[in-house]
Design a protein around this ligand. Structure first.
Ligand code: NAD
Length: 351
C-alpha cells in the first residue's frame, strides 16, 4: 500500500490524460474528478479507473476532447449525446447548463446519452447544491454484461445504476449529498477488494451456483457470480427505475443481453435541477434544513464510538483526513497505473 499526496496524484493523472490525447482543460477536469473521488473515500471511482480509461482510449471506446451533440434543446429541456467522450467533462458542462436553465425557468431537465464513464455522481450533486439548487440524478451504465441480479434472481440484469439526490446547505449546515449505487456494493468496490485480496461485506455477492459469498473473485471468474441489489426488492425497484429513466426515457437504450459488450463504459443520466425558492421561501427552507439535520444527528448513537451522520458527511470527513494524510493506493492499483503510464511513456518519478 502506498500513500500519495493529492497534488502529486493529480499531477500524475493530468500527465497520463494529456499523453492519452486530452487537451489541458479536459485533463484538468477529469483529474479533478478522479482525485476528488479518492479524497471523498470513493477509491472505486478515483485514479484506479485510469488504466481502464487508457485501455478504452486505445480500443476507441473512449474518445478524447469530444463536444456533445445537442439532440434536443429548449429553454429548460436538453438531451446531449456525449459521443463517447470523457463523461466527467461532459456531465460537468451539462450541470452548468442545467443550473442556468433552472435559475431562469425554475426547473431544468437534462438527459445525457452515450458518454464514457461519468464517475462519482455525487460530484454533480455537489456542483448543483453549491449553486443553491436541488438536484436528482438517475444513471444507467450501458456496457454489458450486467453484474447485478434483480431481487429473487440469480442472473445479472442491472449494472449498479447509481442515484444521487442533493439538497443545498445553509450558512451553518453543509449540503446533503445522497449518492449511492443501487447494488449492495458498487462494482468498483468489488474491484478494489479483489485487487487488495480482501473479502467484501456479507450479503453482497452470490457465487456462480447462487450461494452467498464474500469472495470478490467470483466476479472475475468465467462464468461469474452476481452482485445483489441493496434493500432487497426496494433497491432492485430503484435500479429498474434508473434503467427506465436514463436508458428508456433519456433515449440512451437500456442494458439488455442484446447490448454489445465491447463499448467500454457508457453512462447515461437523467438530471432534474430545481430552484427550491419557487416552492417555499429561502428563509423557511433554510430554517427547516438547519433544524432537521440537527434533530437527526441528535439521535442517541447505538455505539458511542460511531456517530450519527447524514449523507455527504462521511465524504467530507474522509476528504479532510486524506487532504492531511494523503491518499492510500493499493499495490495492484498502483502497478496498473504505472503500467498504463509506461505504455504512454509518462514518467512516474516525481510521485
Ligand atoms: P456508499 O455505499 O458508500 O454510500 C454512499 C452514500 O451513503 C453517500 O451519500 C454517503 O454520504 C452516505 N453514507 C455513507 N455512510 C453513511 C453513514 N454512516 N451515515 C449516513 N450516510 C452515510 O456508496 P456506493 O454505493 O458504494 O457508491 C460509491 C460511488 O460509486 C458513488 O459515488 C456512486 O455515484 C458511484 N457509482 C457510479 C457509477 C457510474 O456508473 N458512474 C455506478 C455505480 C456507482
Amino acid at each position: 500500500m502506498k500513500t500519495i499526496d493529492h497534488l502529486s496524484l493529480h499531477a500524475l493523472t493530468v500527465r497520463i490524460l494529456r499523453a492519452g490525447g486530452s487537451d489541458a482543460t479536459e485533463a484538468q477536469t477529469v483529474a479533478d474528478h478522479l482525485v476528488e473521488a479518492n479524497l471523498s473515500g470513493h477509491d472505486s471511482h478515483g485514479v484506479g479507473m485510469l488504466p481502464t480509461y487508457c485501455k478504452n482510449l486505445e480500443a476507441g471506446t473512449l474518445l478524447a476532447n469530444q463536444t456533445p451533440a445537442i439532440v434536443q434543446a429548449s429553454d429548460n429541456f436538453a438531451v446531449w449525446d456525449g459521443r463517447s467522450g470523457f463523461g466527467q467533462k461532459i456531465a460537468r458542462d451539462a450541470m452548468g447548463w442545467a443550473i442556468e436553465a433552472a435559475r431562469t425557468q425554475g426547473v431544468a431537465v437534462h438527459g445525457l446519452r452515450n458518454t464514457h464513464h461519468i464517475g462519482r455522481i455525487g460530484a454533480y450533486g455537489e456542483i448543483v447544491a453549491k449553486a443553491g439548487l436541488v438536484s436528482l440524478h438517475f444513471v444507467n451504465v450501458n456496457s454489458g454484461p450486467p453484474p447485478v441480479a434483480p431481487f429473487a434472481g440469480r442472473e445479472g440484469r442491472f449494472i449498479t445504476n447509481p442515484v444521487c439526490i442533493a439538497i443545498p446547505g445553509t450558512a451553518t449546515t453543509a449540503p446533503v449529498i445522497l449518492d449511492f449505487a443501487t447494488s449492495r456494493i458498487a462494482m468498483g468496490k468489488v474491484r478494489v477488494a479483489h485487487n487488495e485480496g480482501k473479502p467484501v461485506i456479507a450479503g453482497a455477492l452470490l457465487d456462480v451456483d447462487g450461494r452467498p459469498t464474500t469472495d470478490a473473485s467470483v466476479m472475475y471468474s468465467d462464468p461469474r457470480g452476481v452482485v445483489l441489489p441493496f434493500g432487497e426488492h426496494k433497491g432492485s425497484g430503484l435500479a429498474l427505475i434508473c434503467e427506465l429513466l436514463a436508458g428508456a426515457i433519456v433515449g440512451a437504450g437500456t442494458l439488455r443481453t442484446a447490448t454489445p459488450p465491447e463499448q467500454g463504459i457508457k453512462n447515461a443520466m437523467l438530471t432534474i435541477v430545481l430552484d427550491p425558492t419557487r416552492l417555499a421561501s429561502r428563509a423557511f427552507i433554510e430554517t427547516e434544513i438547519d433544524s432537521l439535520i440537527a434533530w437527526v444527528k441528535s439521535a442517541d448513537p447505538l455505539d458511542p464510538a460511531v456517530p450519527v451522520l447524514v449523507a455527504g458527511e462521511p465524504e467530507r470527513l474522509k476528504w479532510a483526513e486524506r487532504l492531511a494524510k494523503g491518499i492510500p493506493i493499493d499495490d495492484t492499483t498502483w502497478t496498473q497505473i504505472c503500467d498504463a503510464a509506461a505504455r504512454l511513456h509518462v514518467p512516474i518519478d516525481p510521485v
